[in-house]
Write a protein that binds this ligand. Structure first.
Ligand code: ZN
Length: 530
C-alpha cells in the first residue's frame, strides 16, 4: 500500500496531519455486525468541471437477523437524495458520515438489496496517498486526470458501504462510471463494455472476486492500454494491462519488461498470481502508488534503480506484492496490519536477495534496524482503526520479523511454509486472518511453540537479550534470559562463526577474543556483556 521503505519517515510524518474522520475499522457497530456484504454496484457520472459525482450505489447484503435499522458509512461531504430497500423508499438520516435507515417495518433475515442515490463533491486529498481523497488534475498535455486513494478513509470516501476490514463483498463489484467521451476509465476486474451516449461514455468494470473496500477504485485519464499475455506459474494465461497516459506511451514496453520480472519474482515465493480469471493491471496515477486489486496505482514516474545490473521499480514491486499480502491474504482487524505491510516489505527484500545476492539482503536489514522506532508494539489491541494501526514499524519491524523467522526456521522450512500459508484456502480470499493464525501456522510448520517469539516481536517492544559472561580467560557462557524458547544464534569466536542453539541455561564456548553475537543481524537484540 502506501509506501516503500525509503519513504517511511516521510510517510509517518504525514499521518499525524490526517483528519480524524478519515479512517476506517475500529469496533464494529452491532447494526453492521449482523450484515454480510455480498456485492456492490456503483454507478456514477463524473463531472470534471464541478469536480463532483452523481448516481447511485446498490448494496446486496445477507442479514443474519431481522432488523429495524440499516447502517451504512458515507462521508458527509456528499448528499443523499433517496434510499430504497428492496425497491421501496425508506426514511433515513444522514449525518456524522453515517446513513441510518429506519425501516418502516422489520426487515427479515436473509437477502436484501439497498439502493442509495447520492452525489456532490467528494473529499479532496491533500497529500495522497498518505492522505486520502479524490485528486483532480491534468496531465502535461492538458487532459483531465482524476484518481483517488481510500486506504485510510475507506470506501465511504465516495460510496455507501459497510466500511470495516472484516467484511468484503464476496461476490465482487460492478462499476459503471460515466465520463466525457475521449477519457478512459480504469477499474477492477474486467472491462465489460463501453457505452457511448452523446458526449459521454460509460465504462462498465466488473470483478467477481472478493475485494477490499479501498481497492474499489476508479481512475480516469487520457490513457492508452498496452497489453501482454502472461503465463502464471500455475499455467494460466492472464492479460497484463497497463493503462498508461498517452504522453508516456513510449515508456510502456520497457516498463512492462520490468513488471514481468516483478510478477515472476513474487510468484516464485508466494505462489500463483491470485486473480487469474481476470487480469494483472496497473494504471498511471498522479500520486506515488497504491495496491488496488487487479489495477494497481502506479505513479513513480518511471524512476528505476539498478538491482542485479537491471532496471527495477521498487514502488511497483511493493504495491504488486500486496496482491498476495493485503488482497489475497487479508487481516480482518487493522490491528494485524503488519501481515499486509511487513510481509509485503519482506518480499521487496527477497527481490534484492534474488538479483543482488544474500550479502545485499543482509545489509538491507542491518540498515533497517536503525529505522525501527519500537515505541509501541506493532500489534496493539483488538478493534483498531486504520489510522491508529498505521505506524512505520508495521513495515520495517514486520519485515524484520520475517527475516528473523527465516533465520530461525532455515530456508528449507521457512520458504515452503511461507508459500503454503499464502496458497492455503484456510487463510486466503474470503477467509480473513489474524496474527494468531500466522503464529499457529508457523508454530505447526516449525514443530514447536513460537508464541514467545511472536509475542516479543509483535506484541511487545522488547528486544532479544543475549548475555555474554566470561567465565575463564578464554571461556564464555552465552545465554538468552528473556525468552522461553531456545533459539539459534551465530557466535563468532577466534575460531570462526558457528550457529548454536542457545537457551536460558547458556552454552559454554572457548575463544581467545570476545565473542561477537549475531554479526549478520538476524535478530533485533541487545547484547549484554557481564
Ligand atoms: Zn504497502
Amino acid at each position: 500500500m502506501k509506501k516503500n521503505l525509503l519513504l517511511l519517515l516521510f510517510a509517518v510524518a504525514a499521518v499525524s496531519v490526517k483528519a480524524q474522520t478519515l479512517t476506517n475499522g475500529g469496533k464494529l457497530r452491532p447494526e453492521q455486525a449482523i450484515m454480510d456484504i455480498r456485492h456492490y454496484t456503483i454507478a456514477l457520472n463524473v463531472d470534471f468541471e464541478q469536480k463532483s459525482i452523481d448516481g447511485f450505489t446498490t448494496i446486496d447484503v445477507i442479514m443474519a437477523q431481522p432488523t429495524h435499522v440499516l447502517l451504512f458509512n458515507l462521508l458527509d461531504s456528499l448528499g443523499v437524495s433517496k434510499v430504497l430497500v428492496n425497491n421501496k423508499p425508506e426514511p433515513y438520516k444522514y449525518k456524522n458520515n453515517l446513513i441510518t435507515i429506519n425501516l418502516n417495518k422489520v426487515l427479515p433475515a436473509g437477502k436484501a438489496s439497498v439502493q442509495v442515490f447520492y452525489g456532490g463533491k467528494p473529499h479532496v486529498a491533500r497529500r495522497p496517498p498518505w492522505d486520502d481523497g479524490f485528486i483532480w488534475t491534468r496531465d502535461s498535455t492538458g487532459h483531465q486526470w482524476m484518481s483517488m486513494t481510500a486506504e485510510g478513509a475507506g470506501g465511504k470516501l465516495y460510496f455507501p458501504c459497510k466500511d470495516h476490514p472484516s467484511d468484503e463483498p464476496n461476490e465482487g463489484v460492478d462499476m459503471l462510471i460515466t465520463v466525457p467521451k475521449g477519457l478512459v476509465v480504469a477499474g477492477p476486474g474486467l472491462l465489460q463494455n463501453v457505452t457511448k451516449h452523446g458526449d459521454k461514455a460509460t465504462f462498465h468494470w466488473k470483478t467477481n472476486y472478493t475485494i477490499n473496500n479501498y481497492s474499489i477504485i476508479f481512475t480516469v485519464g487520457d490513457y492508452a492500454v498496452v497489453t501482454r499475455q502472461y503465463t502464471t506459474v500455475g499455467g494460466h494465461t492472464v492479460p497484463v494491462q497497463f493503462y498508461v497516459l498517452k504522453e508516456h506511451l513510449d515508456k510502456a514496453q520497457h516498463h512492462l519488461d520490468i513488471f514481468v520480472k516483478t510478477i515472476h519474482e513474487q510468484e516464485k515465493y508466494f505462489g500463483e498470481y491470485p486473480w487469474v480469471k481476470e487480469k494483472i493491471g496497473i494504471v498511471e496515477t498522479s500520486y506515488l502508488g497504491m495496491e488496488h486489486e487487479t489495477m494497481n496505482a502506479y505513479g513513480n514516474k518511471f524512476r528505476y534503480i539498478k538491482v542485479g545490473g537491471e532496471d527495477y521499480d521498487e514502488v511497483m514491486h511493493h504495491e504488486f506484492g500486496h496482491e498476495w499480502w493485503g488482497n489475497k491474504v487479508t487481516a480482518k482487524d487493522w490491528a494485524d496490519y503488519w501481515i499486509h505491510e511487513g510481509i509485503c516489505t519482506f518480499g521487496d527484500a527477497l527481490y534484492i536477495r534474488e538479483f543482488d545476492g544474500e550479502a545485499a539482503y543482509i545489509k538491507l536489514f542491518q540498515n533497517d534496524v536503525f529505522h525501527i522506532q519500537n515505541k509501541t508494539p506493532i500489534v496493539q489491541h483488538a478493534d483498531m482503526d486504520e489510522e491508529s494501526a498505521y505506524i512505520g514499524d508495521i513495515y520495517v519491524k514486520g519485515a524484520f520479523f520475517m527475516h528473523t523467522l527465516r533465520y530461525i526456521m532455515g530456508d528449507s522450512l521457512f520458504f515452503p511454509a511461507l508459500k503454503k500459508f499464502v496458497t492455503s484456502p484456510k487463510y486466503t480470499y474470503d477467509n480473513l486472518v489474524s496474527t494468531n493464525d500466522v503464529e499457529q501456522f508457523f508454530t505447526q510448520e516449525e514443530g514447536r511453540n513460537l508464541k514467545p517469539l511472536f509475542d516479543m516481536y509483535l506484541r511487545t517492544t522488547d528486544k532479544l537479550e543475549v548475555h555474554v559472561k566470561q567465565t575463564k580467560l578464554d571461556q564464555y557462557v552465552i545465554s538468552l534470559q528473556n525468552i522461553a524458547i531456545p533459539l539459534p544464534v551465530d557466535v563468532t569466536t577466534s575460531e570462526g562463526t558457528k550457529r548454536m542453539m542457545v537457551n536460558e541455561k547458556g552454552v559454554t564456548i572457548v575463544s581467545n577474543t570476545l565473542p561477537v553475537i549475531d554479526a549478520n543481524t538476524f535478530y533485533l537484540k541487545k547484547v549484554i556483556i557481564e
